[in-house]
Design a binder for this molecule. Structure first.
Ligand SMILES: [Zn+2]
Ligand SMILES: [Zn+2]
Length: 659
């Protein structure tokens, strides 16, 4: 009796054997239902074998799930994810498992007919965009990815859609990966306008189960010609795949931060190579990983150096000191004046501060006590409406104390400025101004973001106040002023990627100003105007800044000059974490043959040393040679696993982006 070897969706390294009942035609890639212990689970068949080493203790497959068999490419992708990211195979294959129909309910979603539109609304490309399109075409036969390096507003999307049109015209499918769900509604409309009559579907976690399944099936059957998806979409089968586009390729949300810690951009590169199809990585601020490869000519590069709208000019950038005469409510006099001038002219402004809530902390002026989360090594954030202290790392919330719990002082002062406090201060100064705040607190509902966009487009808003949610990809043509507050905080970060992220964020935020015929201005409040990140912003020269950062990373042997993996451990007791990490560090020392080129550093606490009641720490492994690191990691993982205690949760984060 034939045996199916199945990857079950649990954090275990073994596969499970089941016998195949007569009448079930089961092959590799089939999605099946079977019992694991007392629970019925969904697994993926990895192999078929004539017999099992477990003999007749093996249980039967119960049923085949009513979904298509996974093609070889997706099976290989899941195996790659398991091998490369040191993830249990069952969890890696689970990422590729199609969304299942609700049980016993015959699913018959009514397809929404899409009327082909009359005529083509496609924009004519400008010269730079045409050259970029040609570069993508020329890179394909050389199997080289293309970096589309385009300043904000330069019309990267027009290039993607033109390349998509060509691929679809040849009968191909296009996978367009985007970082954020908030970006998709606007993009969906543009796809529809530019590619009339094309069957496009979206895939993201915000879709209802039925729609997700329907769209997945349309992609996997080849019926959908364009798939617009967030990171999980990189696992969808596409029989006629002809082009992959990764928009905003530098964006951190392509990296999954828990469970299987894969990077969707890197998996997209893997798929493009395996399928031999062109791939375009687009960004105004490419990741240093992508940047160095383009510099080394491993990637083709197409630049869009000018804004697509010929009338639009790059904004002027001004730096003003944070404190100084006349600064009030965290806003400097030049920024107050600039806001007033925009209001007088009927133009829109954006005030950017990357902190939601009222104030980042609450402090006692008498004894220095600060409100801290009991479960996290973090300060509690003051929120208004309702008045609460909230932890931004866990769900903890409690009322504002009336007096200091240490000394009884009633004069507790909120410290610093969040979006709520700025909204209040700016509203008090300009009572007639229409102000909209955009942060995670105001955009919880599904269409909150499209409402804001409509308000901005209809000119129902004078001043937008918001966090980085506002920085990404939105076109606000009447916006002529961007004020940036609190950016210096990133310069104090211990994370070596902090300045790279700040540069990307500032370039994106600044890119919101002056996109149509009105010149834009950016005012940055900083005490470090000479810092490289600000000089790059003022000169609109990300390339020079990226080169500078790459040189620094090379000197420090940090990524992209090296490859790193992080052993992350969590436990309720600090001593358990320390003991585990000490053991893992010692294991690494025993394993490493001299001269294998892998460095392992002593244990350190995580940057957030306690979260949700768990103490956290890590050990970093690094090598300038990817192959050396990846020869070491599985051996290290196995050595750690046999010594691990049940009290410690641990995981390997390969190519981590946070520490
Ligand atoms: Zn006190
Ligand atoms: Zn907390």
């Amino acid at each position: 009796m034939a045996i199916a070897r199945v990857a079950m969706p649990i954090a275990a390294w073994q596969l499970f054997d089941y016998w195949i009942p007569d009448g079930l035609a089961i092959a590799r890639g089939e999605v099946v239902r079977a019992h694991l212990g007392s629970q019925r689970r969904i697994g993926v068949v990895i192999a078929i074998d004539p017999r099992s080493e477990f003999g007749d203790r093996v249980q039967p497959i119960e049923a085949m799930a009513d979904v298509p068999r996974l093609p070889d490419e997706i099976m290989a992708l899941a195996q790659f994810v398991s091998d490369y990211y040191q993830a249990p195979p069952g969890l890696a294959y689970a990422l590729a498992t199609p969304p299942l129909a609700a049980r016993r309910k015959p699913s018959s979603p009514t397809p929404v007919p899409r009327a082909p539109r009359e005529g083509s609304a496609s924009h004519a490309l400008n010269d730079a965009q045409r050259r970029a399109l040609a570069t993508i075409g020329a890179a394909a036969p050389r199997r080289s990815p293309t970096l589309l390096f385009g300043v904000t507003g330069s019309g990267k999307t027009d290039v993607y859609l033109a390349a998509a049109r060509e691929a679809i015209a040849r009968g191909g499918q296009v996978l367009l990966l985007v970082p954020e769900i908030n970006l998709t509604p606007q993009l969906e409309q543009r796809v529809e306008d530019a590619l009339p009559g094309v069957r496009a579907v979206t895939l993201h976690s915000g879709l209802a189960a039925g729609a997700r399944r329907e769209n997945w099936n349309a992609a996997a059957s080849g019926a959908a010609q364009l798939v617009l998806a967030t990171r999980l979409g990189v696992f969808v089968p596409l029989p006629s795949l002809a082009l992959i586009v990764v928009d905003e390729e530098h964006d951190d949300s392509f990296k999954q931060q828990d469970g299987v810690r894969y990077h969707a951009r890197d998996l997209a590169l893997w798929r493009a190579r395996r399928r031999d199809v062109p791939i375009v990585l687009g960004s105004a601020t490419p990741s240093l990983e992508t940047w160095t490869r383009a510099r080394a000519a491993r990637y083709a590069r197409a630049d869009l150096a000018e804004r697509a709208d010929a009338r639009a000019r790059v904004p002027t950038v001004r730096f003003v000191p944070v404190r100084g005469s006349g600064a009030r409510d965290g806003v400097s006099t030049p920024l107050w004046d600039a806001l007033a001038a925009r209001l007088a002219r009927g133009e829109q402004s954006l005030v950017f501060v990357n902190r939601r809530g009222y104030a980042p902390s609450l402090k006692c002026s008498a004894c220095g006590w600060e409100a801290e989360c009991a479960r996290c090594a973090a300060r509690l954030v003051v929120h208004r409406d309702p008045d609460r202290l909230r932890c931004h790392h866990c769900a903890h919330a409690r009322p504002l104390p009336r007096a200091c719990p240490e000394c009884g002082n009633v004069d507790l002062a909120p410290l610093g400025f969040g979006t709520q406090r700025l909204e209040q201060a700016i509203g008090a100064t300009f009572p007639a101004a229409r102000i909209v705040r955009v942060d995670r607190d105001t955009t919880r509902s599904r269409d909150a973001f499209s409402t804001v966009r409509r308000q901005v487009e209809d000119h129902d808003v004078d001043i937008l106040i918001g966090t980085q949610m506002l920085a990404k990809g939105h076109d606000f043509p009447r916006l002529t002023l961007v004020g940036v507050l609190g950016a210096d905080n990133a310069l104090y970060s211990a994370d070596f990627r902090a300045t790279e992220r700040l540069a990307a964020l500032l370039m994106q935020v600044a890119g919101r100003a002056g996109r149509a015929d009105r010149p834009g201005e950016v005012i940055v409040q900083t005490d470090f105007a000479g810092h490289g990140v600000y000089r790059a912003l003022a000169a609109h020269d990300y390339a020079a800044f990226a080169d500078e950062l790459v040189a620094e990373r090379r000197a420090a042997q940090l990524p992209p000059a090296s490859r790193v993996a992080l052993l992350v451990a969590e436990a309720h007791a600090r001593e358990d974490v320390d003991r585990f990490l000490d053991t893992a560090f010692a294991c690494a020392g025993d394993l490493r043959a001299s001269g294998d080129g892998v460095d392992v550093f002593p244990p350190v606490p995580a940057s957030l040393a306690r979260r949700r009641g768990f103490e956290r720490g890590h050990v970093l492994a690094q090598s300038v040679k990817r192959s050396a690191l990846h020869a070491f990691l599985p051996r290290w993982r196995e050595a750690i696993a046999v010594r691990a205690s049940a009290r410690v949760r641990w995981t390997l984060d390969v190519d981590p982006i946070s520490f």
